[in-house]
Design a protein around this ligand. Sequence first.
Ligand code: ZN
Length: 500
Amino acid sequence: MKNQDLVEYLRSCGVCEICQLRYLKARGAEYRNINETLQKLDVKLNECVETEQLVVSAENQPAKRARMGVCSTCLGLFSNDFQNELLSSILASDFAKYDCQKIVLAICLPMSLQLRQLAMWFALRRRFGAPIDESNPPDVPIKEAVKLILHPIICEKLDKGYDANGLMINIDLTHNLEDEEVEKLVKLNKEAFPAKASHQKRIEISRGLLEKQYQPSKVKAETFEKYFQIPCSNVEESIKLTSIDLQGPLVCVAGRYRKLSRELSHTPWILNGKRLMEESIEEIIIRHVGPHFTEKLGKITFMSSGREDVDVRCLGKGRPFVLEIPNAIRSCLSKEEALAMERAVDASGMVSIHNLQVVPREELTHIKTGEEQKKKFYRALCALQEPVSVKIVEQLQISKSFDIQQKTPIRVLHRRPLHTRPRTIYSVNARVQRGNPKALIIDIVTQAGTYIKELVHGEFGRTTPSLSSIIGKPIDIQALDVVGIDLDWPNEVDNSLQEE
Ligand SMILES: [Zn+2]
């Protein structure tokens, strides 16, 4: 089979030059200069057709309409007209709202296109026989060709790079023959795969199935031909754009927060339909960081490595957190912008954040897993009913780890099931508070998930042993701070050190 014969046959079937190159298995840049590639492949140029050039640098001059009409295999997908329509539709969408350097096209092609590739496959086998394999497509498949041809052109014209995680431009295409042809396809499917079709109530033919099952090795040409023409019929109308939908990337912004207030909940605190506190850590952070990335603050997910009670502060280096922001309009955050956000949150006086940065999505595993294994560092202010004795201080110097059994505290039973959990206490270190002989400051290192208040007072024996049972006297916990969280993530960045 000579290239010349193949191309002449394709021309006679109304196949466009780009598709001719697909059948010549051209690669990447070979689609840029059609004539040069055809000549390289020993194909004489077709003088009776004014060639439709796919030259990226071409100004938006009125596209030269090819005299041959709509390509019977790509339905005009690779024509200049379609490219121009696609570009102007993208520019007319919310595209300008997105401040993203990278894009990715997700094109939903009508099934008619796939059926036409198959019709041409049958036609080529009839015409050229054995050189056309029955299970390997004779062309560069449309989906791949879209990546090779349309992607680079659209990226270049929009002046954007390509990245699978960039701004996703979802493009829906249709063709006026689509409904009619899908109907025929359902009938063909029953005939070609009777066994499968018989136990399917509703026949759903997906693009994936079409790709896998519909090959000359699996469907007879004679069966196919009862429903579709071989080679495919010429069409009047080209493919149509039905919608363009933009989907910005999922951006993850991480940092560490310090909770400075004993009257601040982690997330909005609503009890019996009534809001209990005006503010929450989640809301304060989202309010100041979110608008840079999205208009829809309600879509942002706030996650942190554990949490503290309303009346517990979190000090030291703070607690790692991350915001998951879907459909973001931008994915960058300069140090200057990050610093301004940190300062705005700090101005709340209730929460302070630092190390604010955009992190790769994969790093979220740090915050989502291993929670149970982490160590937590606390400082508790406790009161005894009597002055603290030397013996009590000594009893509360524990450097060797020990296990406790802890029943779910009564105060959280309304939202957590009743269990008895073993927890490890790594160390306890108490000292008398200066100026207050009945008060103890106790540093405690525990396994994550330990209820500290109950560890201190024992909750009527629901936690054993407890610090109270160890000294044999009641202890009341008056204030609690988290002073450290055993997670070295995200990286430390000082946003006040501005780049040059
Ligand atoms: Zn074509």
